[in-house]
Design a protein around this ligand. Sequence first.
Ligand code: UDP
Ligand code: MG
Length: 187
Amino acid sequence: MNECILLIVKPDGMVKGLAGHVLRRFEETDLKLVGARLARVTRELAATHYHHLRDKPFFDELIRFITGELHGGQDTVLAFAYTGEDAVSKGRAIAGATNPEEADYRSIRGSFGRVTTKGVFENVVHVSSDAIEGEREIKLWFSPDQVTADLFPAVVRDGRRQWTDPGGPKTRTGPWPEEKRPPRTRV
Ligand code: UDP
Ligand code: MG
């Protein structure tokens, strides 16, 4: 199946000088590179990207990690959009399992990742976990003009091209942040 994925070289990968290695590994696949950008990771972007983990005990530390706070303020990451046949399984195989200690030692995470004493997996790369997440994440990190293929429908709004459905299809992993409603109060 043709799929789209977001690849991110996380702050640990950036400071360890692994961006070139990561890109090389993906260049060895038949996936097509359709977007590349040096992105500043604000806390807002981080929280939206990882919204499905907001209730986890490691969430705050994860946000500190992805915004670069744990790596000398490395607040820029390299983000890439790829498309192609079975992009999710190909990308996830190169990345390796989420926990670097359980990842195949030939994978990027198995080779270069580590688990911090606070329990955060510093695992060098992000790769979308499925095609639905791939769509949501590419729409979050790239505007239509920043990708070189017509990946998803776009419209001109307020004089610039924007994704028609920015959130993409709903994930199975929970509501979007803006759908969180305050607890009901009795009247
Ligand atoms: N993570 C962590 N501890 C966990 C699970 C996840 O530190 O027990 C971090 C890790 O950096 C991971 C990210 O949160 O890459 C996102 O988690 P997810 O379950 O989406 O894993 P991924 O899709 O990145 O393999
Ligand atoms: Mg994931």
